[in-house]
Design a protein around this ligand. Structure first.
Ligand code: ACO
Length: 401
């Protein structure tokens, strides 16, 4: 039965599901998620397996094309990316127009959209080959834009990467190499970042991914869809939580480290404060990514010899929340963002860049979802509503209002 027949038969009845809590928006073969049991798989591979064994670029290939690449497939994939890593010089002028204080998420989202002007062929993706070219361009240029956003903020001259390095190592070098100085990639840092990016790479129909699919469903093009996804990710209830977590933990530390006081605030319904990094729309048992990241935080800080009092506050909060009726009853557990910021800090990444790092990790997932949507010829995303406004009324002249 098609939807218009159903609507005619039911007198125009529609489903109302605020926040789409139980509405499937598409069929997808990319990411499997079981929130009750804390299972996350990309294309059938468990997140634990991939985080332990794979490189981020392999995972990107897996998500986008459906299978793990052979060695030659991976080499070709990376060679194609390296060949597209230049960003038009005119883009510098756009970057220059932003104040130094601009949030890097706004900068990266705008620059991603601006890329369309310099790569107009990326919009028309009628064939698989066009699609592949647009995807490669974005995977190549997006890390450059992320690095530029950081370098602008830290006052470093813009830089391109180093083709002899791996994708993740190159990201680090583009971000952190200082002018006229050598930069040796620390393998501990590269491996930690590789793992974080994998853990963030896809998460089925979350807010930013749904945004990418909906915008893409109007055939607006890959870069415009991803730019919209970046904006959706920015919010503190979504990817922006990693920045918000660190700001919250710093606030608690500066306020004397009284975690109980903040637990109380989080439970007070009159107080807008929420325990950032806690709770998830789908995970009602635990977030498997948070488990891996918590262990990784201990390893990375240990390996780098970093002592961060904020890690102790985080662990204290987690322990209290796990024993607290309010949190237990509502099934609120640490999510992926609760510990990721602590690792980013240890890696020397500034707080305002955390959500950009998330976007870098999520990029292959967004691309995979966009590609699936376009290849599946999905119709334009267009939900309905339940109208609660005024009934028909007549226009009132100004002097009668
Ligand atoms: N602190 C305190 N109470 C919370 C929290 C929290 N972090 N999260 C949810 N609750 C409470 C709500 O107040 C609500 O209580 P009530 O039933 O008494 O009204 C109940 O738990 C259910 O919460 P909802 O907001 O209805 O759950 P929803 O699924 O809509 O929201 C969300 C999920 C947005 C993640 C929420 O838990 C939250 O705001 N968490 C903090 C922000 C955060 O960490 N976001 C990152 C999510 S992961 C990601 O996007 C990568």
């Amino acid at each position: 039965i098609d939807i218009s027949t159903l609507r005619a038969q039911t007198g125009g009845l529609i489903t109302l599901d605020r926040g789409f809590k139980n509405t499937g928006s598409c069929e997808s073969a990319i990411t499997f998620l079981n929130g009750e049991e804390g299972i996350l798989r990309y294309r059938g591979y468990s997140i634990e397996d991939l985080a332990e064994n794979a490189s981020f670029l392999e995972v990107a290939y897996l998500l986008i094309f459906g299978e793990l690449p052979s060695e030659s497939e991976l080499n070709k994939f990376y060679d194609d990316i390296k060949a597209e890593s230049n960003v038009d010089e005119e883009m510098h002028k756009i970057l220059d127009g932003f104040p130094k204080s601009a949030h890097p998420m706004g900068v990266v989202s705008s620059l991603t959209n601006a890329l369309i002007a310099f790569n107009p062929s990326s919009v028309n993706v009628e064939s698989k080959e066009d699609m592949y070219n647009a995807i490669i361009k974005l995977l190549a240029k997006f890390p450059v834009l992320c690095a530029w956003a950081l370098r602008k903020r830290t006052g470093q001259p813009l830089d391109y990467g180093d083709d002899s390095l791996g994708y993740v190592e190159n990201v680090l070098k583009m971000m952190f190499k200082k002018a006229n100085q050598n930069y040796e990639v620390d393998p501990v840092i590269a491996s930690a970042l590789n793992k974080l990016l994998i853990l963030h790479a896809d998460h089925e129909q979350n807010c930013s991914t749904s945004t990418v699919r909906v915008v893409g469903s109007s055939h607006a093009g890959l870069f415009a869809s991803i730019s919209a996804g970046i904006s959706a990710l920015w919010g503190p209830l979504h990817g922006g939580a990693n920045q918000a977590v660190i700001e919250m933990l710093e606030g608690i530390k500066e306020d004397g480290g009284d975690t109980k006081k903040y637990m109380q605030k989080a439970k007070d319904k009159e107080d807008p404060f929420r325990l950032m990094g806690f709770g998830h729309r789908v995970y009602k048992n635990f977030d498997p990514r948070a488990r891996i990241i918590k262990k990784s935080a201990d390893d990375v800080l240990g390996n780098l010899g970093v002592e961060d009092p904020i890690l102790d506050i985080a662990k204290g909060l987690e322990k209290e929340a796990l024993e607290d009726d309010y949190f237990v009853k509502r099934k609120l557990y640490p999510n992926v963002d609760f510990y990721s910021g602590i690792i980013y800090r240890a890696l020397g990444i500034p707080t305002e860049m955390f959500t950009v790092m998330f976007a870098l990790g999520r990029l292959p997932g967004w691309i995979a979802q966009w590609r699936e949507m376009r290849l599946g010829k999905e119709p334009i995303g267009r939900p309905r509503q339940v109208y609660t406004g005024e009934k028909l009324r007549s226009y009132k002249p100004m002097d009668q209002r």
